[in-house]
Design a protein around this ligand. Structure first.
Ligand SMILES: Cc1ncc(COP(=O)(O)O)c(C=O)c1O
Length: 355
């Protein structure tokens, strides 16, 4: 058995893989594959409608927000956000909590002024800055709620009197949120929503056309919203598999239920990291992510040996990002406590062998 701790694309529930593979051969008993049907077919329109309904229901999305399924990944959103929200000569505020946050800011800089309100780069992004003020004259404030590479997470939504934009790529659907606290939420699907290829955008309709810029239509939010994510050919298969995954989450009891499981999973692993003298966590304790758990070994010379042991135990994808080193266990919704226990067992086995 493999335990997939990959950071994304990542584990999805087995049931979802099984359903998806059936649909590749015969979608809804139509005699056609999901890969060959028209995106304008009634059957696929029903898929988009249900996927949107499930997002709305699972995240409690209020009226006045549109839900879009776009291509281009979260990285395309780094550019679309300023194109759509930052007026010519305007300013945007960004919180710098890592590589993804600074990549987002870099795109905004191409279109206007960027005010970095705070940064944790001084300590290799191992914490979330807390004391900063958000300029009231900025067009919007952007932050990353979960820093996939460093294993830090923002649990308290920053309060601002300007539109708040969040990159939730790696923690969306893992915990309850109040969508009304945000004006625009985006997330590449390939962690907790579905496979790579589709990007979720939840946007307050008031923001449409806000920058006043003339931008290529494909990068404008409003035409996608008006067309129900069918402005052009959408990523049919990725949306379909996302729908299956959202159904799975709903059947489990929804985000509230998975959040409790995620709390237990993360706690179990952090407890072992803190207890086991061979390992130590890298993120500030109060900012520890529930989705990406980063840790190193007290003796870096032990890391290759532990990685080998992990491989033997079927633990896949735990090598840390090159900018942090050590290990990173991504423990997304579909990863079960059984996999966490397998990793904890390997850590204990290593300890026993070396004591
Ligand atoms: C928080 C965060 N933002 C953005 C990205 C980039 O996403 P994409 O590859 O979909 O452009 C990632 C990728 O892992 C991420 O974790």
């Amino acid at each position: 058995m493999k335990h997939n701790f990959g950071a994304g694309p990542c584990i999805l529930p087995k049931e979802v893989f099984e359903e998806a593979s059936k649909a590749v051969l015969d979608f809804n008993g139509s005699g056609l594959s999901i890969l060959e049907i028209s995106h304008r077919s009634k059957d696929f329109e029903a898929v988009v409608v249900e996927t949107e309904r499930l997002v709305r229901e699972l995240l409690n999305v209020p009226q006045g927000y549109s839900i879009l399924f776009l291509q281009g990944g979260a990285s395309q959103q780094f550019a679309m956000v300023p194109m759509n929200l930052l007026p010519e000569g305007g300013k945007a505020a960004y919180l710098d909590t890592g590589v993804w946050a600074s990549k987002a800011a870099k795109e905004a800089k191409k279109l206007g002024q960027v005010d970095i309100v705070a940064s944790s780069s001084d300590q290799n992004y191992t914490y979330i800055p807390k004391d900063y003020s958000i300029p009231a004259d900025a067009a919007y404030f952007h932050f990353t709620s979960n820093n996939t590479i460093y294993g830090t997470e923002v649990f308290e939504t920053p309060k601002a009197n300007i539109p708040v934009v969040v990159d939730m790529s790696s923690d969306i659907l893992s915990r309850t949120i109040n969508v009304a606290d945000y004006d625009l939420i985006y997330a590449g699907a390939q962690k907790n929503m579905g496979p790579a290829g589709v990007t979720l955008v939840i946007i307050k309709d008031e923001l449409f056309g806000k920058s006043g810029r003339t931008i290529p239509t494909i990068f404008e939010y409003e035409p996608h919203a008006k067309a129900g994510s069918m402005y052009n050919t959408p990523p049919v298969f990725s949306i379909y598999v996302s729908m299956l995954n959202l159904r799975w989450l709903k059947n489990k009891g929804g985000v509230e239920v998975i959040e409790q499981e995620n709390i237990i999973k993360a706690r179990t692993l952090y407890e072992e990291i803190d207890r086991n003298p061979f390992f130590k966590g890298t993120a500030a304790v109060e900012d520890r992510s529930r989705m990406n758990i980063t840790f190193v070994m007290e003796n870096p010379d032990h890391e290759a040996e532990f990685l080998e042991l992990a491989k033997e135990r079927g633990l896949v994808g735990i090598k840390g990002h090159r900018s942090v080193g050590g290990f990173r266990a991504s423990v997304y919704n579909a990863l079960t406590i059984t996999s966490i226990n397998a990793l904890v067992d390997a850590m204990r086995e290593f300890e026993e062998k070396h004591n």
